[in-house]
Write a protein that binds this ligand. Sequence first.
Ligand code: NCD
Ligand code: ZN
Length: 346
Amino acid sequence: MLTKLTIPMPDDWHLHLRSGEMLNKVLPYSSQHFARAIVMPNLPSPVVTTNDAKKYRQEILNNLPEGHDFTPLMTLYMTENTDPEDVHLGFLKDDITAVKLYPAGATTNSDAGVKDLEKIYPVLEVMEQIGMPFLVHGEVVDVDVDIFDREAVFIETKLIPIRQRFPKLKIVFEHLTTKEGVDYVLSCNDNTAATITPHHLVINRNAMLVGGIKPHYYCLPVAKRELHRLALIKAATSGDKRFFLGTDSAPHLTTAKESSCGCAGIFNVANAISVITQVFDNEKALDQLEKFLSINGALFYGKTVNSQHMNLVRSDHALTIPKNIKTSKGVVTAFDPLIDVYWQVV
Ligand code: NCD
Ligand code: ZN
């Protein structure tokens, strides 16, 4: 049995770092295990211009623990007023890496999101020309669409038309949760890729709803039924270069989640690498692990694979769940994967 592994240092291609004290408390968990991360722009006052992104990047760097080698890759929050010229210049100067689409109202802090997709076509035209990735939160928000169908309907009504109109645009379908999503990505060429989260690889909707309502398993897109989880496992462990890790780690205070109207988001970076390695081990796919964690995303984003390395060891006893994070406003609950995890970063 394999008990030791060395892989190139992983990257996280979808991460919520927040700001202020929360940023300060959660950042070390990312910067200890990841060399780079795509930082989501959905702050309460969203990151909408390159100037906003530069300020936010500086705030992140100011909070980086000494000795941690971590590069935040910044994104803009797409609005109907996003300026194509600002996007173009920001990308050329390496101040921003991608632009994120949140359909208005789809998730946390998404009120400023896009209602009319045609309004962003001038930005997409520029992005297609310069090879800049377009990141999509792939859910429709129509009141008459069932929440478990939002991703599948988004593919049919939004993504396919965008893809037809912009055939060369690099698109990342973020936090894939369905078999329909996996099948869609597989039907595309190399311009379409998808991130997959650790939690969607280990939980289905039962984790959230059976035996009482479990708010710490509530995130968006919401976990689906088991057949979808199995499709995600197959995609992630296949080694196919279109699938890579985006943790979607999204910290909220425990009090904001344990509420009559609880927030969506799971804080998972404290054990993300261990959980994913365990999933690959259980699937007898450890030989594909580095593609999912460290190679496929870098190649899609046109970056070099990290030269630093990470060592993992399989211990003979199951690890304990990471401790909750303390802030002056209360704790953040860390993700419990509900499976035995033996792999540890050393
Ligand atoms: C994210 C958050 O809290 O910012 N929540 C989540 O459930 N994933 C937003 C998002 O990515 O949808
Ligand atoms: Zn997210």
